[in-house]
Design a protein. Structure first.
Lengths: 426, 631
C-alpha cells in the first residue's frame, strides 16, 4: 500500500506537510479531540478531506479546514503479513490444482486498515474454506491476477498452455479461479483449444465478493472440488450457484453457459437446457443423458486469431460499419441476427462484399434461447444464398470465440460446423 | 442478605438507543418494510468467517463459527428485493433517512461529519444476509438536556436494522427479511451516574425528542434500548434489547444487584484457594449415573449425552452463596453453558435434588475424591458441545474472583438479564466498498438546523389545542405508540378525538395489562375498526370486544370478528327483541315508571352489546316505555 493511497492535491499536501502517512495513528483536533488512524482515500474523491478510522472502527472524512491540530502518535505496519506453516497433505486424498487468474475466490480482510487482499496460498484457502481439507489436497498456483474484463485472448492462450503443461500430471483435476464477467469466453476457448483434455477443468468464480461472509465463492469452490473428485468425467466446465441458495451448485458445459444476470448468485445458466450436472450436498446429479464432448482424443490446438467481430444487427444498423471491418482485414464476422437469424435488406450489398473478401459469415440469434433457422422466411433464404452459415443454437459469444480459435488452427468453415465440445445441442 | 444501596456502589449507566425511522423505505433500496403474512420466497445460506481472522482464542466465536448453521431466509417481494437477498449491490443511500439523521443530530447539538463513510460491521449469526450490517457514523459529540442537566452524546450512527428471527433449531436458523435494511438511528449517550429512575428519565426525554420529529416509527420493537451498566471496579456489561421504559428501570436495578452481588462473591472467593483448575479436575461420570433415578439425568443419557463432573477445591457453599436474592455464581454458570445449547448444570450446593439422592451424592463425592470443603458440578451434553461448555465454565469460575466480567447480556421481559455472549473485542469493521463516501452539503446542514423540531412541551400543547384534549391525555397519546394513528383516524372527523384517544390510550392499554398480547393488534386493525365505526357498521361498544378478541389470538382480523359475531341485527329484529323484553318485565315498568328504562337497558345490553349501538337501544327503549306508561 502506498504511503498516500488515493490522496491528491490539497489533502496530499496537508499530509506531507504534517509528515503523516496512511497507517499512522494521530491525535486530531477538530471541535473535539480524537485519536484516529489515517486511512487510504477512495478513488476519485475530492481533495478537501482526509479519511480517518476511529477506535470504534468507523471511518469518516474530516474536512481539512476543520482540522485545528494533528499530532503523530504511532504507526502500524500495514504490510506486515504473518507466515503460516503449510498444511500437511493427506496421502489418502486426491490432488487438485487451483490455478488463479484473478477474481478472488477467497479474501482476507484486515480490520485495522480495512484493506481486502486475495487469499491465494493453499494455507489461506484451507483456513477460509476448511471443508476442502476433507475432500482433496489442493495445490495453489497464481497465473495472473486480473479483473476478467481485462483478460484478452492472449491470456486465454496462457491459461490453456499452463493447463496443457499439467495434462499428464497426477492431478485429479484443475480448478481455474476466474472473474465472472468474461468467464464464459475463457471457458469456451479452453473447450476448443483443449478438447479431449484428460482430466476435468472447472472454472469457478463468485458473484458476491469473497470478503463478505455470505460470499458464494466458498460453496462454488467446494462444489467444484467435489465434482472433480466424485464425477468420473473430463472436459471444461463452469461451476456456479444453481439457485439463490447455497445448497445446489450447477456445473455447466464450458460452451453452453452464459452470464444472464449482473449480480445474482445464480447468474450463470446453461442456454437451452438444464445444467449438465447439479452438485448437491452429498451427491452429483447428471442431467445430460446423451454423449457429450464428442472429441475424446486430446490433441491440443492452442492458437488464436482475433480478427473476428461479433456484430449485433439492429434497426438502423449502418452497413458502413461492416465495410470498416473489411477494410481492417477481419477474417470472420459472427452476426447476431434478429429472430430465427435475419438481417435487413440494407445489409445485402455489404454482405456480398464481405463474402467476396473471403470473410467467414456465421449467423447466430440475439434471442437468448433457440435455434437459428434461415429456411423459414424469404429473407433467411436470401441470406443463405449470399453465403451466410447458420450456426444453429450455438451461443453467439461461443461462436465468436470458436471463430477466433478456428482461424488460428485450421479451416474455419469446417471447424465452425463440427460439434467439438458440445457447443451445439443435438 | 441485605437490601442494596444503589448510590454507594458507583453505578454507571450508558444508554444506546436504536430508533427505526418512518421513511417507508429501506436504507439502501426502496422496499417498504411492512410485516408479511406469508413468505412465497425461501432460500438457504451459510455464512463463514476466515478462521485466521478470529484472532485471540475466543470460545464463543470459535463455537459460533464451528456451528455453521444453515440459515433459511423467508421473503415476500412486497417487503424485500435482491438487495435484501444480498444478490444485488445496495442502491443509493435513502435521502429521507439521511435527512432525518441530520435533523436528529442537529437537535442533539452534535458535530456532523461532512463526509460520511458506510462501513460493514461483521455479524455472522445470520441476521444480515450479507454477513455484515451497514452502518455509518454521522456525528460525534453534543448533548441532550434533561431537567437542566446536559447529558453528553457520544455518537450518532445511521444503520440498517437486522432480519427478524423466526425460529432457531439445532440445525437451521430461520429469518424473515421484512425488517432487514430498515433505517435505524443509533444514539449512544455518555455513561451517567445516578439512579435507575434518572436513567429512565433520560431515555424518556430522548424518546420524546425523537418522536417530536414525527419522522420515526412507533410501535413495539420500533425503539430498542441497549444499556451499558457497570459498578465501580467491575467490567462493563452490555444489556441488549430493552423494549420498554419500565423494563429499563427494572433491568438497571437488577444489574446493579447482580454486579454488586458478584463483587461480594469475589470478595469471599479471594480468601480461598481454588483456581488452579485443570483438565484433571474433569471426570467422565456417564457410567456412574447409568442407574440414577433422576429424570433429568435419564433423559440426558437417553439423548446419548456425556455427563462430566468438575471438582473445585474449597468451593463448598460458593456456588449457592446468595448475597442478594437470586444472585448466585451457580446461576451464572448455568447461563454460560446454555450458550452452547446445554440445558444447565447441577452443583454441589443444590444437591441432593432433581431426583439425585443423598446416597448418590455421597457416592459421587467418593468417586470424585472430594473433601467436605470442596465443591463440584455436573454437566450433561453431547460430545461436540460439552468441551466448549466445560472450558467456558472453568474460565468463568476463575474470573469470578475478579468480580464482574465484561459481557453481553439480554434483557428478559421480567426485567432480569441473562448471559448472551462474551463481549466482542473491537468491532470487525471495514469499508463498504459498494458505496462511495456520502457528502453532507452545507445546504443539507442548513436544512437540518432549520427543521429541528420544537420542544416536546409545545408539541403537547399543540395536540391539546388542535384536538381539544386535556393535558394528561395529550401526553399519554404522545408517549404512546399511537399518535400517528390517532391523527389519521381523526381526519374523517366522524368520531370525537377524546373518544379515539381514550380508546387508544386506555382501552388498549388495559387489555394489555390484563395479560393480552398487544403485539397481535396492529395499527391496520385499529384503523379498520374505526373506519367501520365511522360507516356505522359496528358500534362503539364492539371496539373493545374486537381488540380483546384479536389480542387474545381468537381472531386475526376485524372482518373475521364481525363475521363470527355476525352482528347485523335488523331494525325489525331489534324492535321484536325489545318488545319481548318489555312484555316480560311489565311489572318492573309499572313499579319504577320511567326509571325502569335503565334497568331494562342493562338487560338489553347483555344480549345486544356490540350488535347495536347503545344509544340507539336506549332511545328505542325509552320511547317504548314512555308509550306504555302513557297507556
Amino acid at each position: 500500500m502506498s504511503d498516500y493511497r488515493g490522496y491528491e492535491g490539497r489533502s496530499l499536501e496537508f499530509l506531507k506537510q504534517n509528515k503523516i502517512k496512511v497507517g499512522d495513528t494521530v491525535k486530531i483536533t477538530t471541535n473535539l479531540d480524537n485519536v484516529a488512524t489515517i486511512m487510504p482515500r477512495y478513488e476519485h474523491s475530492d481533495d478537501q478531506h482526509i479519511v480517518v478510522k476511529f477506535k470504534s472502527g468507523y471511518n469518516v472524512g474530516l474536512e481539512i479546514n476543520d482540522i485545528k491540530k494533528i499530532e503523530y502518535i504511532s504507526s502500524i505496519d500495514i504490510n506486515q503479513r504473518k507466515e503460516l506453516s503449510p498444511t500437511k497433505p493427506n496421502p489418502q486424498l486426491p490432488k487438485i490444482l487451483l490455478l488463479s487468474t484473478g477474481g478472488t475466490i477467497a479474501s482476507k480482510v484486515d480490520y485495522r486498515t480495512g484493506s481486502v487482499t486475495p487469499a491465494l496460498s493453499a494455507h489461506d484457502l484451507y483456513s477460509i474454506v476448511p471443508e476442502l481439507d476433507g475432500i482433496a489436497n489442493i495445490d495453489a498456483e497464481v497465473l495472473f491476477s486480473e479483473y476478467s474484463e481485462n483478460l484478452t485472448p492472449e491470456h486465454w492462450k496462457k491459461i490453456a498452455e499452463r493447463l496443457d503443461h499439467y495434462s499428464k500430471s497426477d492431478y485429479r483435476g484443475v480448478i481455474v479461479a476466474h472473474g465472472t464477467d468474461t468467464m464464459q469466453y475463457t471457458a469456451a476457448f479452453l473447450s476448443f483449444a483443449l478438447a479431449g483434455f484428460p482430466i476435468p477443468v472447472v472454472l469457478v468464480g463468485s458473484q458476491r465478493s469473497s470478503d463478505r461472509p455470505s460470499s458464494d465463492a466458498a460453496s462454488n469452490l467446494i462444489a467444484a472440488t467435489k465434482f472433480i473428485v466424485k464425477s468420473n468425467t473430463n472436459g471444461i466446465f463452469v461451476s456456479m450457484h444453481h439457485t439463490e441458495s447455497d445448497d445446489d451448485i450447477a456445473c455447466h458445459f464450458g460452451t453452453r453457459v452464459r452470464k444472464n444476470h449482473t449480480s445474482k448468485r445464480n447468474a450463470f445458466e446453461t442456454v437451452g437446457g438444464a445444467p449438465a450436472f447439479i452438485i448437491k450436498q452429498d451427491e452429483i446429479i447428471q442431467n445430460t443423458k446423451s454423449q457429450y464432448f464428442k472429441q475424446r482424443q486430446y490433441t491440443p490446438k492452442i492458437n488464436v486469431d482475433t480478427r473476428v467481430a461479433l456484430v449485433k444487427y439492429h434497426p438502423g444498423y449502418d452497413p458502413k460499419l461492416v465495410q470498416d471491418l473489411i477494410n481492417h482485414g477481419y477474417k470472420a464476422i459472427i452476426l447476431e441476427g434478429t429472430g430465427l437469424g435475419h438481417i435487413g435488406k440494407n445489409m445485402y450489398d455489404i454482405i456480398k462484399k464481405a463474402k467476396e473478401s473471403q470473410i467467414f459469415l456465421g449467423m447466430t440469434s440475439q434471442c437468448h434461447d433457440g435455434r437459428v433457422n434461415m429456411a423459414i422466411y424469404e429473407s433467411g433464404r436470401d441470406l443463405l444464398h449470399l453465403g451466410i452459415t447458420p450456426l444453429s443454437d450455438m451461443i453467439s459469444e461461443t461462436a465468436l470465440v470458436k471463430a477466433m480459435w478456428a482461424l488460428g488452427n485450421g479451416k474455419v468453415d469446417d471447424l465452425m460446423l463440427a460439434n467439438i465440445a458440445s457447443e451445439y445441442t443435438e | 442478605m441485605s437490601e442494596i444501596e444503589i448510590d454507594k456502589i458507583g453505578l454507571k449507566v450508558g444508554l444506546e438507543i436504536h430508533q427505526q425511522l418512518a421513511t417507508n423505505k429501506k436504507l439502501f433500496c426502496s422496499c417498504n418494510p411492512i410485516e408479511s403474512e406469508e413468505y412465497p420466497i425461501r432460500f438457504f445460506r451459510r455464512l463463514r468467517l476466515a478462521k485466521s481472522e478470529l484472532g485471540k482464542y475466543d470460545p464463543a466465536a470459535v463455537f459460533e463459527s464451528s456451528k455453521s448453521k444453515l440459515i433459511s431466509y423467508n421473503a415476500n417481494p412486497q417487503s424485500s428485493c435482491l438487495v435484501d437477498y444480498d444478490d444485488e449491490p445496495p442502491h443509493n443511500l435513502d435521502n429521507d433517512a439521511k435527512t432525518t439523521a441530520l435533523i436528529i443530530a442537529s437537535a442533539l447539538h452534535s458535530d456532523i461529519f461532512s463526509e460520511v463513510h458506510v462501513m460493514r460491521k461483521i455479524v455472522i449469526d445470520g441476521s444480515n444476509t450479507s454477513g455484515f450490517q451497514r452502518t455509518m457514523l454521522v456525528a460525534n459529540g453534543g448533548y441532550l438536556e434533561v431537567e437542566q442537566k446536559k447529558i453528553g452524546v457520544q455518537s450518532i450512527c445511521l444503520e440498517e436494522d437486522a432480519a427478524k428471527l423466526l425460529k432457531d433449531t439445532e440445525a437451521v436458523r430461520e429469518y424473515s427479511l421484512d425488517r432487514l435494511g430498515t433505517p435505524l438511528v443509533e444514539i449512544a449517550l455518555d455513561p451517567v451516574e445516578g439512579t435507575p429512575s434518572d436513567v429512565k428519565k433520560i431515555a424518556l426525554t430522548l424518546g420524546r425528542l425523537l418522536r417530536v420529529t414525527r419522522r420515526v416509527t412507533r410501535g413495539i420493537g420500533s425503539i430498542r434500548q441497549d444499556v451499558n451498566v457497570s459498578v465501580s471496579g467491575g467490567g462493563i456489561v452490555e444489556v441488549k434489547g430493552v423494549q420498554q421504559l419500565d423494563q429499563l428501570e427494572e433491568v438497571i436495578r437488577y444489574e446493579a444487584r447482580r454486579q454488586h452481588g458478584l463483587q461480594l462473591i469475589a470478595e469471599k472467593l479471594r480468601k480461598i484457594q481454588f483456581d488452579d483448575l485443570t483438565k484433571e479436575d474433569i471426570l467422565d461420570v456417564t457410567s456412574f449415573f447409568e442407574s440414577s433415578k433422576s429424570k433429568v439425568i435419564q433423559k440426558s443419557l437417553k439423548d446419548k449425552a456425556l455427563i462430566k463432573a468438575l471438582k473445585v477445591k474449597n468451593f463448598a457453599g460458593m456456588f449457592g452463596y446468595e448475597p442478594y436474592p437470586g444472585i448466585r455464581l451457580g446461576k451464572e454458570l448455568g447461563q454460560q453453558v446454555r450458550f452452547f445449547g446445554i440445558g444447565g448444570i447441577f452443583h454441589s450446593d443444590e444437591l441432593p435434588n432433581y431426583g439425585i439422592e443423598k446416597e448418590e451424592v455421597e457416592q459421587l463425592r467418593k468417586t470424585l475424591k472430594t473433601e467436605e470443603l470442596d465443591g463440584f458440578l455436573i454437566i450433561a451434553g453431547s460430545k461436540d458441545k460439552i468441551e466448549f461448555a466445560i472450558d467456558a465454565v472453568i474460565n468463568r469460575i476463575k474470573e469470578a474472583k475478579n468480580g464482574v466480567p465484561a459481557e453481553t447480556r439480554a434483557a428478559t421481559p421480567a426485567g432480569e438479564t441473562v448471559f448472551l455472549r462474551p463481549r466482542p473485542g473491537a468491532s470487525r469493521m471495514y469499508p463498504e466498498t459498494d458505496i462511495p463516501p456520502i457528502m453532507i452539503s452545507k445546504n443539507e446542514l442548513e436544512f437540518a438546523k432549520n427543521n429541528i423540531p420544537k420542544p416536546w412541551d409545545s408539541a403537547i400543547s399543540e395536540i391539546q389545542t388542535k384536538y381539544n384534549l386535556n393535558k394528561q391525555l395529550s401526553e399519554q397519546l404522545f408517549d404512546s405508540d399511537y399518535l400517528d394513528l390517532f391523527e389519521s383516524i381523526c381526519t374523517d372527523k366522524a368520531n370525537s378525538p377524546n373518544f379515539v384517544a381514550s380508546i387508544l390510550c386506555s382501552t388498549i392499554t388495559n387489555l394489555g395489562r390484563r395479560g393480552l398480547d398487544a403485539t397481535l393488534l396492529k395499527s391496520e386493525h385499529i384503523a379498520r375498526s374505526f373506519e367501520l365505526l365511522s360507516d356505522g357498521k359496528i358500534t362503539k361498544e364492539s371496539l373493545e370486544m374486537i381488540y380483546e378478541s384479536i389480542m387474545s389470538g381468537k381472531t386475526k382480523s376485524v372482518e373475521e370478528f364481525i363475521e363470527k359475531h355476525s352482528s347485523s341485527m335488523s331494525e325489525g329484529e331489534l324492535e321484536h327483541f325489545l318488545d319481548d323484553l318489555i312484555k316480560n318485565n311489565l311489572d318492573i315498568i309499572k313499579k319504577q315508571g320511567s326509571h325502569s328504562s335503565s334497568i331494562l337497558m342493562g338487560m338489553a345490553m347483555k344480549s345486544l352489546r356490540g350488535k347495536v349501538a347503545g344509544e340507539k337501544i336506549n332511545k328505542l327503549l325509552e320511547m317504548k316505555i314512555s308509550k306504555i306508561l302513557e297507556e
